[in-house]
Design a protein around this ligand. Structure first.
Ligand code: HEM
Length: 347
């Protein structure tokens, strides 16, 4: 499906065919059947009720799912995110001030910039462990983890708060291997999600929108291309009590992708940051949940938003824009929804 980016620019977003099927064939009902044991949810109020009905099971978590069978404690997650917030604050101050650093293929370029700014002072073994090159291969990840486990490097000068938090006092053994997994997951999640959010925002918006309404432009980009586009919940009797369309054995797929363009939105396919002038605080809207809802709402929401706004602002001041030659971009069916390639060049 082709979707128009904004009023003053014409760019075509090409959704992969399974995404297209979801966008085009979900009907108008709050609950729609996807298969014998699975239903989808596309109504904001019902989605919120589902997300409130019970806490996530550990196996349903994404970044902080159990490592080697060990679930994460809430305290450990909070301590890791506090450390990550320090790295984000430092990185915001140290983002490069040179247009050449930002020009090129996004989100890949954004990942590299964030990785260097947040984790560039960590030892080479850790930098390798969180590099995006490893995303392509589970084997390469295992090799890198094995190497970092076997040959622990001494602390590097000025290393990240994240490295200090997860790896301090863990020279060897099983605990170190768990810590290394946590380091990789957290570092790569920060770089990946923020670079994708910024790439999506550039793709969808015009220069004027980014300059005049930066906050609303990000909110609108998270509406039309929510990176966390589908939330999974395994069957639970509590869900069946919420709507007669949900059976006791049905797994649920909650779709921010659909909720963000359902009938409650005015011209839902239009990219219009100005709509937020009247809508007010995004978090108060039933049909807007890019960061989820309830107890398991994204714990990194505010640091992710700060980093996204800061990176976007920095690129905007470098006077870069989507290459006028690029008329279309693909969005793959993947756990994080994002345009695959956006070429940024001098405006
Ligand atoms: C654009 C960036 C991000 C978006 C849009 C996002 C979105 C979300 C959403 C929708 C949920 C709710 C999941 C559910 O209910 O099933 C969630 C939960 C969560 N997010 Fe994020 N997230 C982002 C980045 C991050 C990053 C970088 C981290 C950590 C480094 C993080 C940590 C968490 C945690 C700890 C939870 C609670 C559930 C769990 O433990 O898996 N998020 N996020």
């Amino acid at each position: 499906m082709a979707s128009n980016a904004g009023r003053d620019i014409v760019r075509t977003t090409l959704y992969q065919k399974d995404l297209r099927r979801i966008l085009e064939n979900s009907g108008g009902n709050a609950v729609f059947r996807i298969g014998p044991g699975t239903v989808g949810i596309q109504d904001g109020a019902l989605a919120r009720a589902v997300l409130e009905a019970r806490e996530l099971h550990d196996f349903e978590r994404t970044i902080f799912k159990p490592v080697r069978g060990q679930a994460m404690s809430a305290g450990n997650t909070a301590a890791i995110l506090r450390a990550a917030a320090q790295d984000v604050r430092r990185a915001i101050d140290e983002l490069p001030n040179d247009a050449r650093a930002y020009a090129g293929d996004w989100p890949a370029r954004g990942y590299e910039i964030l990785h260097r700014a947040m984790f560039g002072r960590d030892g080479w073994m850790l930098r390798g462990l969180s590099s995006r090159v490893l995303d392509a291969s589970v084997w390469a990840q295992r090799l890198a983890l094995g190497a970092a486990e076997r040959w622990p490097a001494p602390c590097a000068q000025g290393e990240s708060a994240l490295a200090q938090q997860v790896l301090r006092g863990m020279p060897r053994g099983a605990e170190r291997s768990v810590a290394l997994v946590l380091y990789r997951r957290t570092a790569s999640a920060l770089c990946e999600t923020v670079s994708k959010a910024v790439a999506n925002t550039f793709w969808l918006s015009s220069k004027a929108q980014r300059e005049s309404r930066p906050r609303q432009t990000v909110a609108e980009s998270l509406r039309l291309l929510p990176p966390a586009w589908m939330l999974l919940r395994s069957a639970d009797p509590a869900f069946a009590r919420l709507d007669e369309g949900i059976g006791g054995r049905d797994d649920l797929l909650v779709f921010p992708l659909l909720i963000h363009r359902n009938a409650t939105w005015d011209s839902p396919e239009e990219f219009a940051p100005a709509r937020w002038d009247a809508l007010g605080e995004p978090d108060t809207l039933a049909n807007y949940l890019p960061f989820g809802h309830g107890r398991d709402r994204c714990h990194a929401r505010s640091l992710v938003l700060s980093m996204t706004q800061a990176l976007l602002a920095r690129v905007v001041t470098q006077d870069l824009d989507v290459s006028p030659r690029q008329k279309s971009a693909r969005v793959r069916f993947a756990p994080l929804l994002a345009v695959a390639h956006v070429e940024l060049t001098h405006a």
